[in-house]
Design a protein around this ligand. Structure first.
Ligand SMILES: [Zn+2]
Length: 69
C-alpha cells in the first residue's frame, strides 16, 4: 500500500493530476475530499497533502477528546 504504478490519475473530482499515492477510498472520503472511487483512491501530491492535513486535524481533535476529563 502507498506506492502506485505510473499513469494513475488523482481520484478527486475535477482534478486529474498525476497521482502519487493510493489510499483507501473510505479514509479519503472521511477526510472530506470528493472522490470518484469505490475502494482505492488515488491522490496527487496536492490532494495528498490536503488529506494529510485533514487527518492530522482529526487526530488532534480525537486526542483532545480523550484527554478532556
Ligand atoms: Zn488531485
Amino acid at each position: 500500500m502507498g506506492k502506485i504504478s505510473k499513469g494513475e490519475r488523482c481520484s478527486v473530482i475535477g482534478c486529474g493530476n498525476t497521482a502519487v499515492r493510493s489510499l483507501s477510498a473510505d479514509r479519503v472520503k472521511s477526510a472530506g475530499l470528493k472522490i470518484e472511487a469505490d475502494k482505492r483512491a488515488y491522490l496527487c501530491e496536492g490532494h495528498y497533502k490536503e488529506y494529510k492535513k485533514k487527518t492530522k486535524l482529526d487526530r488532534m481533535i480525537e486526542k483532545w477528546r480523550y484527554m478532556s476529563p
